[in-house]
Design a protein around this ligand. Structure first.
Ligand code: NI
Length: 138
């Protein structure tokens, strides 16, 4: 197994929290941490080629004071209502809301739903954990 070295350019603002993460997670060095992040990203990308039905959980955190954003999030969900099994809204604090949306549907359509929610201006954080529908599991 060959090792290839390459340089990475990074903003200072990204490096400091990254170094903290390395320390917290007890990585021996930055290279170890970057290897893990790359592997993680590649596993996530595997889903891109997945066809057929998937189940997943979408979480988004946003500021509910942005009225336009709330309207956007609502109408995006109504556009995809056939694939939303359940959703829950939690008022995290004065400004922020957490929404958990459980979806089931064609992999491409569920990813499209997530992208539209995540990219809505004012959404501070978004995650999409895809899992199996269980049909193929023994
Ligand atoms: Ni709320």
């Amino acid at each position: 197994m060959g090792i290839i070295r390459f340089g990475i350019s990074l903003d200072k603002e990204l490096l400091a929290p990254f170094d903290r993460l390395c320390k917290e997670k007890k990585y021996a060095n930055r290279s170890e941490a970057i290897r893990d992040l790359i592997r993680d990203g590649l596993v996530r990308e595997e889903w891109v080629g997945v066809k057929g039905e998937v189940t997943g959980v979408i979480t988004i955190v946003y500021d509910h004071h942005k009225r336009e954003l709330v309207d956007t999030l609502m109408s995006v969900q109504h556009d995809h209502q056939g694939m939303i099994i359940a959703s829950q809204h939690i008022h995290l604090n004065h400004d922020n809301c957490l929404e958990v949306i459980i979806v089931k549907g064609a992999s491409g359509r569920t990813r499209e739903l997530f992208s539209r929610l995540r990219s809505a201006k004012g959404v501070k954080h978004g995650e999409f954990v895809m899992t199996t529908t269980g049909k193929g599991l023994k």
